[in-house]
Ligand binder design. Sequence first.
Ligand SMILES: [Zn+2]
Length: 293
Amino acid sequence: MSFCSKVKEELINISDIKPCCALAEMYGLLLFGKKFSKSEIYINTENEAVAEKYRNVARRLSVSEVGVKKFSSGKYRVTVDKAEGRLKILNAFGLSGTERSRRINWANINNDCCFSAFLRAVFLSCGTITDPEKGYHLEFSVPYSLKNDLKRILEEVELEAKEIKRGNSYIIYFKGSEDIVTFLTLTGANDSVLEYLGVKVFKDVRNNVNRKTNFENANFDRTLNASLRQTEAIKALKESGKFQKLSPELKILAEIRLENPDLSLGQIGLMLDPPLSRSGVNHRLQKIIELSQ
Ligand SMILES: [Zn+2]
């Protein structure tokens, strides 16, 4: 099951809802379906549980039969077929059916508590969330007439969403994991929030480890490159016969370097008697390189 399906399942199973919130929830679910007007009321959804919930709500409010069609793609379409049924639904939300465009009727979102129920339903109808393993993205696909209303209601709960046009729809979305967690918390998807945060913590730790490993690898490469230059200089000195003219300290150091190409300067310093600091070893090796040139 996708992460999105899990979130939706959790949201659908929230019970113990106040009557005022129940109205806001039904309103959000129907208003943000694919069509919501006198001539058409229906939803397209990939989620069977959402189709079932929409059907129950639409059937209760329209007091009529509501058709469910399953396409070969796996998608569902739930339609309020009867004109009088559609009118009953519109009336239930204070609409006459003569409204020019689909907007949020704020009278159906009475109290502060109702915002979370409304947004939960909006997400069920037209929202998707990306699996946090793959990225941080939550979006709603809405018609032009609803995009600013939705943004405004998100602002009410201190969420600033971005928008982009995709086909005939407008996508209202968040990219930040903090905004997504705020939204999920607000809608009551508590288990999903825990899962989300768990994945995020794991990813953050993994990224930190990768960054540290890359840093260590880069350091190791630098050590090896320097070592290569030093051993080549020492070999050149030997081939040209100049090696014998080096001071005893330089000769000992050069032999240790040749035998231990992967040791750092600090480690080489510890092998000398008496031990020598990292910068002391570096200084002597630089001298060897100079003499070889
Ligand atoms: Zn309420």
